[in-house]
Design a protein around this ligand. Structure first.
Ligand SMILES: O=C(O)CCC(=O)C(=O)O
Ligand SMILES: [Fe+2]
Length: 360
């Protein structure tokens, strides 16, 4: 089992950020103390560990499938490349995305499999995939997508209640039977890298579930200027809030900046594979704070300097965000894109607050 060759432990001399541990069994049982902890995690850092997620078998299968696919010859993988138009599904080659203001290229490759394709299999909704994906769709990928979707829908149902939204307001924006940008991802970082793998970013969609066996994922905690590792804990997923949920909630739910570095210490000798699942709203759903549906959200928007009105649909949003990342679409070494996907001239320092009003 590829990722399990974690013969090298996470070093104990690098700083790590403690995350709250949420027990999925207790969340499903509506345990009030656990739900309170989940709310704190989602509103303060926007990251938490999830234990008892019940998808260990599917996650192991995803690591095997991901390694088999990403270890294919480049020529084979390139037949499924995403291109530069902002399309999310398929293969992303190394060196196609800038990780900083100088245009330093990324060192990771990854494969995105659309939630829609996994759920409609063997009927294609968006696109085709390499053979190892097709082979594992029934036994591994579709069950993984179903379980991950169920987890995120459980979280959304809870957030909806806590945000004072009428029942269904968040869930109906993330319907699995409407075309959407949800996807499963496998990322590969080759051994012995020194540069950033995935540059500082906030996730584009609503919720992410990340499964890691090696270190590398880092967060920049609010108010801090120090990037710190999130230590992988066996059997625990790392969950986080993304931008579209931050937008709907008027910033109450926090989409925190994070990045992927090469694994720390001796672990850097190993190739790093990670498995993630992203829930995104339906393509045709309009983005914007749900301030007319909840007094809590209206109040949060009134007290915030941020712009929660990108003025587009979730489909347009994700396309724009991805398109802006691709190195071929960058207009100069000193442009950067804020979390609303808007291009800015000049040097961005992610430890500095974003400009208050954005013209999107
Ligand atoms: O590989 C990881 O640990 C996280 C990846 C990530 O942040 C992403 O794909 O958005
Ligand atoms: Fe991310």
């Amino acid at each position: 089992m590829p990722g399990l060759t974690t013969s090298i432990p996470f070093p104990d001399d690098v700083p790590t950020h403690p995350l709250l541990v949420i027990d999925y069994n207790l969340v499903k049982a509506n345990d009030l103390r656990e739900l309170d902890k989940l709310w704190r995690a989602a509103t303060q850092l926007g990251f938490w560990y999830l234990k008892n997620h019940g998808s260990e078998k599917e996650v192991d299968g995803m690591f095997d499938m991901g390694q088999e696919t990403l270890d294919l010859p480049l020529e084979e993988k390139m037949k499924f490349e995403q291109g530069d138009s902002g399309y999310s599904f398929g293969y992303k080659a190394r060196g196609t995305i800038a990780t900083d203001k100088n245009g330093t290229l990324d060192t990771v490759e990854f494969l995105n499999i659309a939630q829609d394709d996994a759920l409609s299999w063997p009927r294609m909704t968006h696109r085709t995939y390499p053979e190892p994906v097709n082979k594992q769709m029934n036994d591994v990928i579709t069950p993984f997508v179903r379980k991950s979707t169920a987890i995120n829908m459980t979280f959304l149902a809870f957030f909806e209640r806590k945000l004072g939204l009428p029942s269904g307001e968040l869930l109906s924006r993330h319907r699995a039977d409407e075309v959407n940008g949800g996807e499963a991802r496998c990322i590969k970082t080759p051994p012995r890298q020194t540069a950033l793998g995935v540059g500082a970013h906030t996730d584009f969609g609503s919720l992410a579930i990340v499964h890691n066996r090696l270190g590398g994922l880092q967060v920049l905690p609010p108010g801090s200027e120090k990037w710190t590792y999130i230590k992988p804990i066996p059997g625990h997923a790392v969950c986080n809030v993304g931008d579209t949920l931050a937008i709907y909630s008027g910033g109450i739910l926090r989409s925190n900046v994070h990045r992927v570095m090469p694994p720390p210490g001796e672990q850097s000798k190993l190739a790093r594979y990670s498995i993630s699942f992203f829930t995104r709203p339906g393509y045709h759903v309009q983005l914007g704070a749900l301030k007319n549906k909840s007094a809590l959200i209206a109040n949060a928007v009134a007290n915030s300097q941020e712009n929660f009105e990108p003025g587009c649909t979730a489909g347009e949003w994700v396309t724009r965000r991805i398109r802006n990342l691709r190195i071929k679409n960058r207009r100069g070494p000193e442009s950067w894109y804020d979390s609303m996907g808007t291009e800015h001239k000049g040097i961005r320092d992610v430890t500095r607050p974003l400009p208050t009003k954005l013209t999107s």
